[in-house]
Ligand binder design. Structure first.
Ligand code: NI
Length: 178
């Protein structure tokens, strides 16, 4: 095992977050390693879901774990996930490890069915509702180069971008002053 498993989480507006991830064709040691590192990175953040785009890998892989903190963690993996069914509506205040200092209410499908493969390449079908349905839609969006801020009004998004630019500018100024 590598000494440091934690990967860099790319933040909006990094271009890799806007790219469509490629389907996984081979499930080998390299992919297992990526999955392990994504899991470590997600737990360390901490987060409940992470898509490969967020760590700069354009592969259709996502990890998630909605196990309560009081129980031992149980990492779930979906490779080449596809939403095959969705109905109803659920609104939730979403945030993202790649979108700093922001959350907003997003409307999603309330019940979904997702097909994909587990980390061994075995086909799996996940029926999800509530927070799991939200999480999976959010992570699959990432694989398609989409962020939760794409689901909010253009005015709210513009205000966030302006605030973010100010924050980033401040950060740069602080760096140059050092
Ligand atoms: Ni996210």
């Amino acid at each position: 095992m590598a000494a440091c498993q934690i990967m860099k989480i790319y933040k909006f507006p990094e271009p890799v977050l806007r790219k469509v991830a490629e389907p996984v064709k081979e499930i080998g040691a390299e992919l297992q390693d990526l999955i392990d590192r994504m899991g470590e990175t997600m737990y360390a953040a901490p987060g409940i879901g992470l898509a490969a785009n967020q760590v700069g890998e354009l592969k259709r892989v996502l990890v998630y774990d909605l196990t309560p903190r009081t129980e031992s963690p149980s990492l779930s993996v979906l490779i080449n996930p596809e939403i095959v069914y969705g109905e109803g509506e659920i609104v939730y205040d979403e945030a993202c490890l790649s979108v700093i200092d922001f959350s907003a209410e997003v409307s999603r499908k309330a019940q979904i069915k997702v097909r994909g493969c587990d980390r061994h390449g075995k086909p799996v079908e996940v029926e999800a509702e509530g927070l799991l349905a939200i999480c999976l839609q959010h992570e699959i969006d990432h694989l398609n180069g989409k962020l939760f801020i794409d689901h909010i009004s253009s005015l709210k998004r513009a205000l966030y971008k302006r605030r973010l630019n100010k924050m980033l500018k401040k950060g740069e100024d602080a760096e140059t002053m050092q």
